[in-house]
Each structure stands twice: as C-alpha cells, then as structure tokens.
Design a protein around this ligand. Structure first.
Ligand SMILES: N[C@@H]1[C@@H](O)[C@H](O)[C@@H](COP(=O)(O)O)O[C@@H]1O
Length: 263
C-alpha cells in the first residue's frame, strides 16, 4: 500500500479524479470499479468537471459498482443505481449499457451474484477499483466477518452501517435496507489497482486501524494489505490518528508517481 495525505476533502477528490481521468485517456476501453457514498460524490463532481474541460471520452469504458441494496423498489431514489446515474453516468458520455451494478431486486440473488462475477470476468477484470471505507471498516458492504476470499454475495448490513447511511435516507434508519448485494473482498482484491478514498474526522479511528492495525477479517479494509497496488488517498482530518505520518509525507514527496501532484 501507498498512502498520501492531502490537505482537505477537495484535494483528495481532485487527485482521485485526476488518476481516473488519466487512466481513461491512456486506455479508453478501461474497466472501472466504482463506489458510492458521500465521499465519492466529491470525486465524481471533480471527474465530471475534468471530463467537461478536457473532453474525456468514456464511450468505450465499462464500469462495475461495488454494491447495491436489496429490496428497494425499482427506480428508488435511494438505490445506488439512481445515485450513480445522478452523480456520474448522466453527466459524462458513457453509454448506460456499459454501466453495471448488482441487481438488488433480482428474484434469485445467488444467480445474480454469479452473473455479476461472470460479467466482471468477461470484461477482462477491473483496471481500477475505487473503494471508500465504512465506519465498521467495510469495503463495499463487506461487514466484519467477511472472509478475505469472499465473492459477490448477499449480506446483512451491520447496525452501524445502517446508522451511517441513514443520512442518505432522510435520516430514517428504518428506511435503510437490512441487506445488500456486494462484491466480495476476494472480488475486490482481483482489481489490478485499488484506490481507497477516506476523508473526515469521523473515520480517523477506523482508518488508523485499517492501515496500521493488525490484519483481521473484523475490519475488511485490512485485506488491502494483500494487494500489490493499493493507493490510499486521505485528508488531514481522517489522518489524525496515523502513527507513521512522517513516512507517508516522504512517500508523497519522493515517489515519482506523485510528481504531477507536488507542483
Ligand atoms: N457501501 C458503501 C461503501 O462502499 C462506502 O465506502 C461507504 C462510505 O460512505 P461515505 O462516503 O458516505 O462515508 O458507504 C456505503 O456503506
């Protein structure tokens, strides 16, 4: 893992969006793994801005989202499909048929999970997977106890996750579904590159455990230590409990990959 600390959530979003934009320019047929949540809203806002300013061509790009709630009515404003359409897909020139999310309304969730895994495989795998981190340490919706070898499957959400995500359901925790379909930890680890984005003081403790604590399936994000190419981009607020800050600053100051961001 590499970790860089930027000043604030805006700088984190700008750097993340720039990495995605550069990938799309270099490989217009790339496969992107996408995530949802408030952190990603800023990332997609920046990406939409770059796309408009630089004329990014997403027409051959394909995307796979990490997860989707189970049991929401089709077209629900709370679904991750609606979130993605609103924040990104309707604002760039990607054909909607190239954008994939697991179908949380499928009658047969086991078959749907297998179909999703197969679609990722047939696309040639994911080039860059964005992940956020939940307050339970989840990536995707891989709650504590998720095996590191897990694949796309249905899962029960932790009460803390439902509380955290209630803000997106007008504050009504009872409206947050109990279950979701999510890529597994093992699915995520097969992406060629993973970019973890975390901001805000509320996640400072879980980020420190995820990055510097022992590897454990009680905190799914610690599985990222088994991946060859994970970059964590975080802001000052979320970085406050990290113990090796001077080293992370050295990474940013010296790694050639970050030269364009040092100017
Ligand atoms: N399933 C998503 C996660 O993939 C995301 O990382 C998390 C963080 O959300 P936020 O950015 O709103 O803190 O939200 C949801 O739980």
């Amino acid at each position: 893992m590499k970790l860089v600390v930027r000043n604030d959530d805006r700088a984190v979003a700008a750097m993340t969006a720039r990495l995605i934009a550069d990938l799309v320019k270099a490989r217009p047929d790339c496969v992107l793994g996408l995530a949802t949540g408030r952190t990603m809203e800023r990332v997609y806002g920046e990406l939409v801005g770059i796309s408009a300013a630089e004329g990014l061509d997403f027409s051959r790009c394909r995307t796979f989202n990490l997860d989707e709630y189970i049991g929401l009515p089709p077209g629900s404003v709370h679904s991750y499909r609606t979130y993605m359409n609103e924040h990104l897909f309707s604002r760039i020139d990607i054909p909607i048929g190239n954008t994939m999310l697991p179908d949380g309304s499928a009658a047969d969730l086991v078959a749907e999970a297998a179909r999703y895994e197969d679609a990722i495989r047939r696309a040639g795998g994911i080039d860059l997977q964005l992940v956020g981190i939940g307050e339970t340490g989840h990536i995707g919706f891989n709650e504590p106890l998720s095996p590191f070898t897990s694949r796309t499957r249905d899962i029960t959400l932790a009460p803390g996750t439902r509380r955290q995500n209630a803000a997106l359901f007008d504050g009504d925790i009872d409206a947050v579904p109990q279950r979701a379909l999510t890529m597994g930890v093992g699915t995520i680890l097969e992406a060629r590159r993973i970019v973890l984005v975390a901001t805000g003081s509320a996640k400072a403790s879980i980020l420190a455990q995820a990055v510097e604590g022992p590897v454990t399936s009680m905190i799914s994000a610690t599985a990222l230590h088994f991946h060859q190419d994970t970059l964590a981009i975080v802001d000052e607020d979320v970085a406050r409990h990290l113990g090796h800050r001077d080293y992370y600053d050295s990474i940013f100051a010296t790694d050639p990959e970050f030269a364009p961001f040092r100017a």
